[in-house]
Ligand binder design. Structure first.
Ligand SMILES: [Cu+2]
Length: 278
């Protein structure tokens, strides 16, 4: 192989490393121009990402350097014969144990974050006791069901539940939990700014918790290609102070139960209604 090829194979790893190093500064890295995660758990997940990136970068640069060195040496000295290392136990042990140890380190290192994120036992207690809303993904929208002000979310829809579509309001600075469902196919509840992602599956109700650490309007998108209208499933999560959140619920109540006569219709809260959701 000629020296031209050596340079060709040298160019690509260098281009890869340079573009990776540039990524955070030109907005190719984390979503929203590399903005910091809008949840504390998200910040920990980003840290994990960087650790894995550093490990893989070291391995990548190392293996590419060896490759280019071998090519360069071969191009300069065509008489030298390659050594046959097939069946070399020592080498095989080395290249099994080192990657194994790295993977084991990563597996153990990320366990706490995984547990806090996914295992219900470790969810914040207040959030589990009083779920914020039920989120139902359907072709092709997100439906939210909140309990009436001052009440707790029930498993079955209640006559005084509040509904909204494609706009989830969340109080800021406290952990909240939603109950995630899907009506039809598989969808995925994805909040890129908060680094929250959970598949929604028909027949399952999956609890998801998060704590937004800055107020704002964030994208809620479906991360599962769920059908022709998948692209329409872009909704928003509005993170706001507790009083604004309560005002929103009040407003929603008024809109939903307005009887057309300037009064808020009396609500029969004693009975369950199966028909409410339709
Ligand atoms: Cu979807």
């Amino acid at each position: 192989m000629g020296k031209g090829w050596c340079l060709f194979f040298l160019f690509w790893p260098i281009a890869a490393v340079v573009s990776c190093a540039m990524a955070p500064f030109v907005g190719w890295s984390f979503p929203y121009n590399n903005a910091q995660a809008a949840s504390n758990l998200g910040i920990r997940i980003d840290d994990l990402f960087y650790i894995i990136l550093i490990v893989t970068a070291i391995v990548f640069v190392g293996t590419q350097a060896v490759l280019v060195y071998a090519l360069w040496r071969g191009a300069n000295n065509r008489e030298e014969r390659a050594t046959n290392i097939h069946g070399n136990h020592k080498l095989e042990l080395i290249w099994s144990i080192i990657p194994g140890a790295i993977l084991l380190f990563l597996a153990i290192y990320q366990m706490n974050i995984w547990a806090d994120f996914r295992i219900k036992k470790y969810y914040p207690e207040a959030a589990v006791k009083d779920p914020l809303a039920e989120v139902t993904a359907r072709q092709f929208e997100w439906r939210f069901r909140y309990p009436a002000i001052g009440k707790k979310l029930q498993q079955k829809p209640q006559p005084d539940d509040l509904y909204s579509v494609n706009e989830l309001h969340v109080p800021f600075g406290k952990p909240v939990m939603i109950q995630l469902r899907s009506d039809d196919v598989q969808h995925s509840f994805f909040l890129p700014a908060l680094r929250i992602k959970q598949d929604a599956l028909p027949g399952l109700q999956i609890p998801v918790w998060f704590e937004a650490n800055k107020p704002g309007t964030y994208d809620l998108v479906c991360a599962e290609l769920c059908g022709w209208g998948h692209y329409k499933m872009k909704a928003h999560v509005i993170v706001q102070p507790e009083d604004e959140y309560q005002a929103y619920l009040k407003n929603l109540t008024q809109k939903q139960f307005y009887d057309g006569l300037g009064k808020i219709a009396a609500k029969d809260t004693g009975t369950e209604s199966e028909a409410v959701e339709k």
